[in-house]
Design a protein around this ligand. Structure first.
Ligand code: AMP
Ligand code: MN
Ligand code: MN
Length: 317
C-alpha cells in the first residue's frame, strides 16, 4: 500500500494520534502531515492532537496542530496513527464519521480500527512503518526529521529490542537529508528540565523492589506533581530509569490521574509480556513496553499486577 493511493481523490483529510502523544505519535503524525501538504497542495489537511510537549517545537509546522475538534465535520479520509480508536480521545467522533478510515500502527494489541488497517507489530515505530508507505523521492528534510524523531523515541535511540536492521537502514536514509541528528537526539530525548530531573530522582528514591527483587515499582501522586509543578509529560522516562536497575525483570511506574485512578507504565527485560498484562486491564502496548489506566488504591493496583507478573515468571523457575 502507498499512502498516496488512499488519498488521491480526497479533498479533506485529517490525521490524529493517541492521547498523551509521545515522540513516535508526534513524529508520525507530523511526518504524514508535511508529506500530504506537499503532495496535495489543493486539499484541506487538518491535524487533531493533544498539545505535544515543547521539546517537539523543532518539528516544522508543529503549530498547525489543532487541539479542539469541531463537532460536525466529515473528512474524506482520516488517518489514526500509533493507536487504535480507543486512544483517539476527543478526535474519536470525527474519526468515526469519516468517509474512509485508515489505521496505521505497530502495537501488537491493536486489532485494527479502520477501513484500511496497516498494523505491523514487528516495526520499531509507527514512524518507521509510515516511511515505508511514502515515496522516498518525495521526502524532504523536514519530513525526514519528523520521522527520525519518531523512530529514536520509540527505540530509545536504537537501544530497544524493537530496533531491526531495517530500522537502522531507514534511519540511515533519513540522516542523509542532513539535519542535525545529534542535536535532535539530545534536545528531544535526553535533555530534561531541572524539575523533571528532580521528580525522577524522587520517584527512584521512593521505589520499592518486590518478588525477590525482580520487580520494581514507584508512584507519583497528584500532590507531588503540584509541588514540583509538573505535568504527566514531565514524567516520561521514569519507568525506563527504574528498568535499568540490575536484576529487574519488570518495572512499574504509576502516576495519579484522579481519585483512585492511576496511569500505569510497565517495562520488561524480556521474560514478562507486559502487553498481555496491560490488555487484561484495558490497556495495551508492546511485549516489553505497555501501559493502562487502573482504578483502585496504589497498593491494590500493585497487588493485581503482581499476580499477573508472578503467573508469567512461574514459567522461568
Ligand atoms: P507508556 O508506558 O505510556 O509510555 O506506554 C508504553 C507503550 O504502551 C507505548 O507504546 C504506548 O503507546 C502503549 N500504551 C500505553 N498505554 C496504553 C493503553 N492504555 N492502551 C494501549 N496502548 C497503550
Ligand atoms: Mn506512541
Ligand atoms: Mn509507537
Amino acid at each position: 500500500m502507498r499512502i498516496i493511493d488512499e488519498v488521491k481523490d480526497a479533498k479533506t483529510i485529517a490525521i490524529s494520534g493517541h492521547i498523551r502523544p509521545d515522540g513516535d505519535c508526534v513524529g508520525s503524525v507530523m511526518g504524514l502531515y508535511l508529506y500530504l501538504q506537499k503532495e496535495l497542495p489543493g486539499a484541506q489537511i487538518d491535524v487533531y492532537l493533544e498539545k505535544p510537549s515543547a521539546i517537539f517545537d523543532c518539528i516544522s509546522h508543529i503549530g498547525d496542530i489543532k487541539t479542539k475538534c469541531p463537532a460536525d465535520k466529515v473528512y474524506d479520509v482520516y488517518f489514526a496513527l500509533d493507536c487504535n480508536d480507543e486512544r483517539l480521545g476527543d478526535a474519536l467522533p470525527l474519526y468515526e464519521k469519516a468517509g474512509k478510515k485508515v489505521n496505521i500502527d505497530h502495537h501488537v494489541s491493536n486489532t485494527g480500527c479502520g477501513d484500511i488497517n496497516i498494523i505491523e507489530p514487528q516495526r520499531s515505530s509507527t514512524s518507521e512503518l509510515l516511511y515505508e508507505l511514502l515515496d522516498p523521492d518525495r521526502i524532504d528534510e523536514e519530513i525526514a526529521k519528523a520521522i527520525y524523531i519518531g523512530i529514536i523515541h520509540d527505540t530509545g535511540v536504537f537501544k530497544y529490542s524493537n530496533t531491526s536492521p531495517r530500522t537502522l537502514q531507514v534511519a540511515a536514509e533519513l540522516i542523509r537529508f542532513g539535519f542535525d541528528f545529534p542535536a535532535l537526539i539530545e534536545k528531544t530525548f535526553y535533555e530534561k528540565t531541572y524539575v523533571q530531573t528532580q521528580i525522577m530522582g524522587r520517584a527512584v528514591l521512593e521505589s520499592v523492589r518486590f518478588m525477590e527483587e525482580q520487580c520494581i515499582v514507584s508512584m507519583v501522586s497528584r500532590r507531588m506533581m503540584e509541588f514540583y509543578q509538573v505535568e504527566p509529560k514531565d514524567l516520561d522516562g521514569i519507568v525506563n530509569q527504574l528498568q535499568v536497575v540490575s536484576g529487574v525483570e519488570c518495572a512499574i511506574f504509576m502516576y495519579e490521574t484522579g481519585t483512585l485512578e492511576y496511569k500505569v507504565s510497565m517495562r520488561s527485560a524480556g521474560k514478562v509480556d507486559v502487553a498481555a498484562i496491560a490488555v487484561k486491564f484495558g490497556g495495551g502496548g508492546h511485549v516489553r513496553a505497555a501501559g493502562c489506566t487502573m482504578n483502585g488504591t496504589y497498593h491494590d493496583n500493585i497487588n493485581n499486577l503482581s499476580i499477573e507478573i508472578a503467573e508469567q515468571l512461574k514459567n522461568y523457575v
